[in-house]
Write a protein that binds this ligand. Structure first.
Ligand code: SF4
Ligand code: FES
Length: 245
């Protein structure tokens, strides 16, 4: 199978696409294909990965115009796993000559600066978490806090986030507005607001409602469709907006 892979030697923008013929076997993921390309055809190809098992969140990229984890995307299942997303430029601009029937298209995750080839700079994504201070600070003498199974269920979905940025790369609002904090940060705000063990929970709701947060979300729900962990950030944002429209 042919893989058309976006290249950018010096970062900034895609400079061209290279075409590689990969020997695809049953069970092979897009990440496996990239390894084959890097090992046997082109050692200069840059991409990011770590766990290879959908845990670390580092292999997010645009595959056939859908943001996905490369290690979780089976090459032979791509044809049957199409996804309807609200379009924006990175999802609609097709490289010249791409034949979706015979080629797999691999590009860097949209909405983040390209550092090299498929590697993007995640700083804006992580800065959103920093800006909202999405953590708790233990105090001196703190003891473990119990939580009932019912209360835990309120946050079950949200603690699964692996901070891969797939939702950020799928969001038309992030595409238009570089200041928008993005779906993952807002879902995490909701997670802390809902966590009964956390003191000062209102702080997290207020953070999510800051001008570059939930008020900018158009509830498009691309993030819900693409999230590989079922976090459904758009659902959390909807709840935030319902509390303070
Ligand atoms: S909400 Fe989902 S898509 Fe977004 S960073 Fe977390 S795991 Fe990735
Ligand atoms: S390599 Fe860790 S999530 Fe894909």
């Amino acid at each position: 199978m042919l893989f058309r892979v976006a290249r950018s030697r010096d970062g900034g923008a895609i400079s061209h696409y290279d075409l590689y013929k990969v020997d695809v076997k049953r069970g092979m993921t897009v990440l496996d294909a990239l390894f084959q390309i890097q090992s046997y055809m082109d050692p200069s190809l840059a991409f990011r990965y770590s766990c290879r098992g959908a845990v670390c969140g580092s292999c997010a990229m645009l595959i056939n115009k859908v943001p996905r984890l490369a290690c979780r995307t089976q090459v032979l299942e791509l044809a049957s796993s199409k996804m309807e997303l609200k379009p924006f430029l990175a999802l609609t601009e097709l490289p010249q000559g791409w034949n979706p029937e015979t080629e797999v298209l691999v590009e860097p995750l949209p909405n983040l600066p390209i550092l090299k080839d498929l590697v993007v700079d995640m700083t804006p994504f992580f800065n959103a978490l920093k800006t909202l201070e999405l953590w708790t600070t233990p105090t001196e003498g703190d003891t473990p806090r119990k939580q009932s199974p019912e209360d835990r269920r309120l946050i079950d979905r949200y603690v699964n986030c692996i901070l891969c940025g797939v939702c950020y790369g799928s969001c038309p609002v992030n595409a238009e507005n570089k200041d928008y904090l993005g779906p993952a940060a807002l879902a995490k705000s909701w997670r802390f607001y809902q966590d009964t063990r956390v003191e000062d929970r209102e702080r997290y709701l207020e953070a999510a409602l800051s001008p570059n947060g939930a008020p900018l979300c158009d509830l498009v729900m691309n993030c819900v469709r693409v999230c590989p962990k079922g976090v459904a950030p758009g659902g959390a944002i909807r709840k935030i907006k319902e509390i303070k429209p």
